[in-house]
Design a protein around this ligand. Structure first.
Ligand SMILES: Nc1ncnc2c1ncn2[C@@H]1O[C@H](COP(=O)(O)OP(=O)(O)O)[C@@H](O)[C@H]1O
Ligand SMILES: [Mg+2]
Length: 390
């Protein structure tokens, strides 16, 4: 006797085979997109609709043009990043047939790539993340010179006036005050706004630098095809890696690669360093390479208050905000955050919020670190003037 399950399986099998054939899929896999449905279909390109067994019922739904299949019965083809996939929408019975008759299908060989595209689309559709805590003016300058600069109308105006669609920003300042956080936030914004972005890591730089054509390889590393941002976080560390080549050489290669880059649509370079500005090679700081320097300092009372205000409501309720702001005078953002971590650890252990314990533990930890200070300093700051010639 045929059970409803037998029928369900048989129907699904027939529909999957027909969908695969209509879309030219090889060994099709059926999938429910679930949380990826909206982002993936918003990003995908819609293809033609195909009848199932000569049956096609169109749907003139105007509300969900992009994500709706545009049919009540049939198959809709799509593509994302060159990967073909299709939606079978042949719901003809009661609700129990839902998944078996309304599903997506993709070739087995494309399944992993398709999944990656779904993850990427979902990430890109995420709401904007919080920027680091900065004064309004500081944040505006950062935004205007990166995301704002890459705005299509702005780039067009620059080009029309004969300007260079390339901008260099240097974020400086003592560690723990938001340079890397700013890069991370800008990177998220690039994903959201669909700007291209590249993170140049010390490893990638090192590999390019020791290739047989270093200038060309470094150039490629810093080139974007579309408009976008290239990040080079802690650039001094990468540039001054003792295992590659002599430093003077290294900087010369870096600078000539940077100058030789062809700008396609528009590019912003965001470099960061912990070094103070006067210790940075003047050749690098010249306009055209670095157009703007943004200094990230330790937070004043207002910014410390803003930072602490972002803490979890339970943590905030457990401390005296005014005292916390006052006692963290001179702390970096990272140090203030470290205090929060200590507070939480203590709370997990002892069940109470103990600001004074966190403060004394913080000082103890600092002391210990100071006693074990690194013997090898890093950064432009240790560039020996005689060897470098500057
Ligand atoms: N301006 C800021 N706003 C919020 N949090 C910050 C800020 N600066 C630093 N932090 C905190 O300190 C940590 C380390 O900061 P980071 O951005 O890596 O510093 P830097 O790159 O300047 O050395 C961050 O992960 C974040 O938790
Ligand atoms: Mg950093």
């Amino acid at each position: 006797m045929r059970t409803p399950l037998d029928e369900y399986i048989a129907d699904h099998r027939t529909l999957l085979a027909a969908t695969g054939k209509a879309a030219g899929l090889v060994d099709p896999v059926a999938v429910q997109l679930d949380a990826y449905f909206h982002p993936l279909l918003t990003k995908a390109t819609r293809g033609p609709i195909i009848p199932f067994d000569d049956v096609l019922i169109r749907d003139w739904d105007t509300d969900h043009r992009k994500i709706g299949p545009g049919l009540k019965f049939g198959i809709r083809l799509y593509k994302i990043d060159g990967i073909p996939f299709a939606r079978c929408y042949c719901v003809f019975h009661s609700d129990i047939y839902d998944h078996g008759t309304d599903f997506f299908a993709v070739s087995r060989k494309d399944y992993i790539r398709f999944y990656r595209q779904a993850v990427l689309a979902k990430r890109e559709s995420a709401p904007p993340g919080l920027p680091p805590v900065l004064s309004r003016e500081h944040l505006d300058t950062l935004k205007q010179n990166t995301l704002g600069y890459l705005d299509r109308r702005n780039l067009q105006r620059i080009k029309d006036l004969g300007g260079r669609a390339k901008r260099g920003l240097l974020l400086t300042g003592p560690p723990g005050n938001g340079k890397t956080s700013a890069c991370r936030w800008l990177w998220q914004e690039c994903v959201r706004l669909r700007y291209e972005y590249k993170m140049v890591t010390p490893d990638a730089y090192r590999a390019a630098r020791s290739s047989c054509n270093p200038v060309q390889s470094v150039k490629e590393l810093f080139t974007v095809d579309r408009r976008g941002v290239v990040f080079f976080d802690d650039m001094d560390i990468a540039l001054r890696d003792r295992n590659t080549v002599h430093e003077t050489d290294d900087q010369a290669v870096f600078l000539s690669a940077l100058d030789g880059i062809e700008v396609n649509e528009g590019v912003v370079y965001v470099f960061t360093t912990n070094c103070s500005l006067d210790l940075i090679d003047p050749a690098f700081k010249r306009p055209g390479r670095i157009d703007l320097v943004l200094h990230f300092h330790a937070p004043d009372a207002v910014l410390r208050r803003t930072l602490i205000d972002r803490w979890h409501v339970d943590v905030r309720a457990g401390i005296d905000l005014a005292a916390a702001v006052q006692q963290t005078d001179g702390f970096s953002f990272a140090e203030v955050e470290e205090l929060k971590n200590l507070l939480i650890l203590r709370y997990i252990d002892a069940g109470k919020w103990e600001w004074s314990w966190a403060m004394s533990q913080f000082k103890l930890n600092r002391q210990e670190l100071a006693n074990r200070a690194a013997t090898r300093p890093v950064g432009f700051g240790v560039l020996e003037p005689a060897r470098n010639g500057h």
